[in-house]
Design a protein around this ligand. Structure first.
Ligand code: SF4
Length: 356
């Protein structure tokens, strides 16, 4: 290709014979000349790794931050959410497969300034890099994020956590929050069969790296897939890891699966299954455990860990009532609740999407 689209990547190493090794995600693809990595959007052009989707946004959408889910970080915020095509995972249930599994460079041209200005026009408080795995386009996200911070916006990732020390180090240049999204409680057989990932260990390594090397706000999610990704022993193992390494106050969300993409013949996760996962996490000692994708369920709320009263009442992604003072302490008993930032008000959905 004479004039490849995008921009030369930063996270890669040169190898003999014009090969390159990508270091953006834990697949560490070794890419020969004129070939692309598994994600479909990082390729070798004459011995240099090119990020083809730099400046190409396939989807832009204003969401409540609760949808990510990030619910202990500036609750009620609007986040301008963007994605590119491609992904480093091959999830058979992906709800965004139209974007993530597309192996083409498509979207509208948006420079980092355009992304930030659009977020500001929509009245967003921050930018979310989401819908596909953002570490595969991290150089673009970084350039957007640095400008966004200068203009008073925050940056958050919704990530599968299959990252590297190099990508975590780059996150530290601009990222404020991240939700690391486990699937099937990281049971290796599920990960291999339904995601196409040989070993979930890099996700755990990423979490420890984020803890040790950054100050990024962290929440954990776990998508519970009925029959094949709902093993309670693995849920216990994951909850114990989270408790041992991050303490009792880190939020964890168990999300309900809905049939999609190549798993249309599976049912939605039974509510009782999600409730069993909740019980396991609470028994291990985690204090802020939530169920997601179950609007109206009582375990969407934040309960004070001391007096047990509802301090943030939610319905789906909306905040219905707020019983915290200006320091995010419980109004009933003054117990501090580990929520970063004040309540932001005024979410209004705006949508645009570019699919060619
Ligand atoms: S980001 Fe893409 S090219 Fe790089 S290692 Fe991951 S899958 Fe391979």
């Amino acid at each position: 290709m004479i004039n490849p689209p995008g921009k030369e990547a930063i996270l890669y190493e040169k190898m003999p014979d014009d090969k390159v090794k990508c270091t953006a995600c834990a697949r560490y693809c070794e890419v020969k000349k004129d070939q692309i990595g598994l994600c479909g959007i990082r390729g070798n052009e004459n011995g240099k790794l090119q990020l083809y989707v730099y400046g190409k946004v396939i989807s832009g959408h204003v969401d409540p931050i609760e949808k990510k889910p990030l619910i202990h970080y500036f609750p009620g915020s609007k986040v301008y959410s963007i994605a590119t095509t491609g992904c480093n995972w091959l999830c058979r249930y992906c709800q965004n497969s139209d974007i993530s599994q597309r192996r083409k460079v498509e979207g509208i041209d948006m420079s980092p300034d355009d992304v930030v200005n659009t977020a500001i026009q929509y009245g967003a408080h921050g930018i979310a890099y989401t819908y596909n795995e953002p570490s595969i386009f991290i150089e673009y996200a970084r350039d957007c994020g640095v400008i966004a911070r200068k203009k008073g916006l925050f940056n958050v990732f919704v990530s599968n956590g299959y990252d590297t020390p190099e990508s975590v180090s780059m996150m530290n240049e601009f990222l404020d929050g991240i939700t690391v999204d486990f699937k099937g409680s990281a049971e290796p057989e599920f990960t291999r069969k339904f995601i196409g990932v040989p070993d979930p260990q890099p996700i755990f390594d990423t979490l420890l790296n984020i803890r040790d090397k950054t100050k990024i706000h962290l929440e954990i999610t776990d998508l519970i897939v009925p029959k094949v990704g709902d093993n309670l022993d693995y849920a216990k193992k994951l909850s114990k890891f989270i408790y041992d390494e991050f303490g009792p106050e880190i939020p964890i969300h168990f999300l309900r699966f809905h049939p999609d993409y190549k798993m249309m013949d599976y049912p939605s996760t039974p509510i009782e299954t999600l409730e069993k996962h909740y019980d396991i996490a609470r028994d291990v000692g985690l204090k802020y455990v939530y169920l997601g994708n179950v609007p109206g369920h009582k375990l969407e709320h934040t309960y004070c860990s001391e007096c047990k009263k509802i301090v943030v009442d939610r319905y789906g992604f909306n905040i219905v009532s707020w019983n915290l003072d200006e320091n995010n302490c419980c109004l009933f008993c003054s117990n501090p609740i580990p929520i970063t930032g004040k309540l932001q008000k005024g979410y209004k959905e705006d949508r645009f999407q570019f699919v060619s």
